[in-house]
Design a protein around this ligand. Sequence first.
Ligand SMILES: NC(=O)c1ccc[n+]([C@@H]2O[C@H](COP(=O)([O-])OP(=O)(O)OC[C@H]3O[C@@H](n4cnc5c(N)ncnc54)[C@H](OP(=O)(O)O)[C@@H]3O)[C@@H](O)[C@H]2O)c1
Length: 441
Amino acid sequence: MSEGLRIGLAGLGTVGASLLQLIARHGGEFAERCGRPVTVTGITARDRGKQRPVDLSAMQWFDDPVALAQDPGNNLFVELIGGAGGVAETAVRAAIEAGKHVVTANKAMLADCGQELAELAEAKGVSLNFEAAVAGGIPIVKVLREAMAGNEVARVFGILNGTCNYILTRMEDEGLDFATCLAEAQRLGYAEADPTFDIEGHDTAHKLAILTAIAFGTRIDAKAIYVEGISSITPADLEAADELGYRIKLLGVASRTETGIEQRVHPAMIPKSSVIANVDGVTNAVALEADFAAQLVLSGPGAGGAATASAVMSDIADIARGSRVGTFGRPASALKPYKRAAMRAHAGGYYLRLTVYDRPGAFAAIATRMAKHGISLESIVQRRRNPHADAPEHLTPAAPQPVILITYETTEDAIRAALAEIIRDGHIAAQPQLIRIEPLG
Ligand SMILES: NC(=O)c1ccc[n+]([C@@H]2O[C@H](COP(=O)([O-])OP(=O)(O)OC[C@H]3O[C@@H](n4cnc5c(N)ncnc54)[C@H](OP(=O)(O)O)[C@@H]3O)[C@@H](O)[C@H]2O)c1
């Protein structure tokens, strides 16, 4: 058997502790599979005195992650601290500089400086592996980086945040509002105390940025992503979507267009018949459309210690076997500059929920604005404020009425221009709701 892998493990939290448990349980079989034994020789975390669910007595403790990264007692550095621009990144750079392979689950760091780290790793002749950084236990990085080597990818999209998917599923199933479901997600440990990063779509954007780089061979550019979260979605939207044959999911979508690569994160209405529409709760799913492989969909646990540790271990296995591919599926120097397709040029169908004053001419004025911008309507649904009441007797003559419009394909530019004019005309009583319709097979 070849020389063993001696791991320096930085971070003993949810994922780090699970990785230690996984190695304790499957280390022997792993050595048989990969031809190399694996041991964790050095560890670091913030608080040495904290109770951990594993016996650490045989491992050397380091107070400083950078010292662990540089220590000759390990030949593979596994970074499970997290965060961009902090100690995790400094330690990863130090490990690469010291000529060590690195495994990380840190999407924030990769979205921020993945290109630079890839160049550094390749210059030093070491691997930088990050299967766990996208969609937890789903091996999407491996699929894109390796299995898609003979394909041109047209679109990659998915449900990449379990917190948002859990909230939307509960809202839909039980007719509850966003705030109630968010509180429930926090109580169950599915959402952070400060959930902004998840619910406003930024976590999905980090993962999408990584997928885009691998799928399209472009330099990572998280700042170019159009991002919208789920906090404005109401039970009324979910109910209307259901009646119209759709479900609402927070999607990350990257697609090849004539003008460049479009990257967007937003709630989307997707046909109920699509595979991804039926992915519920904290489960994640990623779909790929490619010229030879056609469509692939992978779904599974997008987070959690065990599933994420499983993905980390698959990266460790590649290193144990000496299997190396370019960090983003090709040499970092071959990644092309990212060419952004402007979001305003995005084309698709739209769902609009308008709260229209119930007065003569209001609806005709709205229809005129839409027509002026070349927007055709596929359907119009006027909903009574209280479907169980005998409206209109219960309504005052000018009470605003929810009206739902579904458009045929149009552009973001056109829909935004029409909405701006509709708001200016003063026929609607509240901010309009706009949800993009994503055509999926
Ligand atoms: N949790 C998931 O389901 C999941 C899924 C996919 C990817 N990830 C990624 O995996 C990474 C780890 O996530 P996690 O959920 O395991 O985080 P976590 O539970 O918060 O654990 C973080 C660990 O880092 C340690 N740490 C923090 N600051 C440190 C410092 N300055 N020096 C040394 N150690 C420090 C903490 O020490 P103490 O224990 O002493 O506080 C803790 O052990 C992140 O990049 C995350 O994005 C997580």
